[in-house]
Ligand binder design. Structure first.
Ligand SMILES: Cc1ncc(COP(=O)(O)O)c(C=O)c1O
Length: 394
């Protein structure tokens, strides 16, 4: 029934849900249970052997997960989706479902610090090597491909430098070599960009960010073909990175206003980026919605809006960054992004702290860089706070 709705906001409210058949409750209950009882022993075996469908144990699945998964698959235009305990659970499961010892992967240096650590530190222990290349240069991508390259992983826009990569062109290169393209769509969100429509094979998310949007839960998601998601389920049931009923229920609630929130994040993000780009204390603003962004035309062709996250480089260097961050009042000095409240952080001090200097340099992650996540407060208050803090930063 719900899938018949064309409008995004209608689908966000209704897809995957219907009033509770047991009580008529308009909002589905929270299935805060680890295990599910079976009427007979035989029915348990029927379920295990796939003759019937249902729930066994929350690490294997939960009705609240199913509802959230239906909404995410719909948002990304995917056959299927899987929700997990965090964005890192999603990325690690998505990659492990695609790789074997001896494989070679490609990604770029300016990715989320946790994902960097997975590729640079953890996967080599299991015989999977990764090269970090400039994804804006298709020639370098092509040159870095080896006979054992199986996955290209990109974030576009990238964290924290907001570089934009050509999804269609990279998908074309990947597929010509039999490689899968996995895209972290956390920054752009499916409101602004649908990588599967542009040729990507898999989308991963930190649902902790815009999908939930309220900084009150950790979640992750993978979207792709039904066959691939079945393999992710197989991997994750063994790794154990499952969500829980309550957080899945909160995620569903957060997603109902996702479209409205994103519309405002796009509008406020653009205004803040434009304001900052004229400020004398700011050397450079990295935001794909600005005509000065090196991939602005590409961003316009593959995104319908640019979100609320940007990064700025301050002319006064790291000391000015300290003064700037210590002077904000409305913004919270905190990692994370994509929430109703505005957040600000210096990537080298936290999110990218563990990324070695040579890779930071490769990714343009300097000590003068500040990442800003514009929330849903009134735009005048957001701009006033930044203006006051920039004046003190000097
Ligand atoms: C782009 C991106 N991907 C993945 C993650 C990891 O998500 P989580 O913190 O939910 O594990 C983050 C976290 O900040 C992120 O910014």
């Amino acid at each position: 029934m719900a899938a018949a709705f064309k409008g995004l906001n209608s689908r966000l409210v209704h897809v995957g849900e219907k009033p509770d058949p047991a009580t008529g409750a308009a909002i589905p209950p929270i299935y805060q249970t680890t295990t599910f009882a079976f009427p007979t022993n035989e029915s348990m075996l029927d379920l295990m052997e796939g003759r019937t469908s249902g729930y066994i144990y929350t690490r294997y699945g939960n009705p609240n997960f199913t509802m959230a998964e239906a909404k995410i698959a719909d948002l990304e235009g995917a056959e299927s989706a899987l929700v997990l305990a965090s964005g890192m659970a999603a990325t690690s499961t998505a990659i492990m479902a695609l790789t074997r010892a001896g494989d070679h992967l490609l990604t770029h240096a300016d990715i989320y610090g946790g994902s960097f650590g997975l590729f640079h530190e953890i996967l080599p222990r299991f015989g999977v090597e990764t090269d970090f290349v400039d994804m804006t240069d298709l020639g370098s991508v092509e040159q870095a491909i080896r006979s054992n390259t199986t996955v290209i992983f990109i974030e576009t826009p990238s964290n924290p430098t907001l570089r934009v990569f050509n999804l269609q062109a990279i998908a074309e290169v990947a597929h010509r070599h039999g490689i899968r393209l996995v895209v972290d769509n956390t920054f752009a969100t499916p409101y602004n960009q649908r990588p599967l429509d542009l040729g990507a094979d898999v989308v991963v998310h930190s649902g902790t960010k815009y999908l939930n949007g309220h900084s009150d839960l950790m979640a992750g998601a993978i979207a792709g073909t039904a066959g691939y998601i079945a393999e992710c389920v197989n991997v994750f049931r063994k790794l154990g990175g499952n969500l829980n009923g309550f957080d899945a229920w909160l995620l569903i609630r957060g997603m109902k206003t996702f479209g409205l929130r994103m519309r405002q994040h796009n509008e406020s993000g653009q205004k803040v980026a434009e304001y900052l780009s004229t400020h004398p204390a700011v050397q450079c603003v990295h935001y794909p919605g600005l005509p000065t962004h090196p991939q602005h035309e590409l961003a316009r062709s593959q995104m319908s809006g640019f979100g609320g996250v940007m990064s700025v480089e301050l002319r006064g260097g790291p000391q000015a960054v300290d003064r700037f961050l210590d002077s904000v009042q409305l913004f919270s000095r905190a990692v994370s992004l994509g929430s109703v409240e505005s957040l600000i952080t210096q990537p080298v001090a936290a999110v990218h702290y563990n990324v070695p200097a040579s890779f930071r340099e490769l990714g343009g992650i300097t000590p003068s860089l500040v990442r800003i996540s514009v929330g849903l407060e009134e735009i005048e208050d957001i701009v006033d706070d930044l203006a006051r803090a920039l004046e003190r930063a000097g």
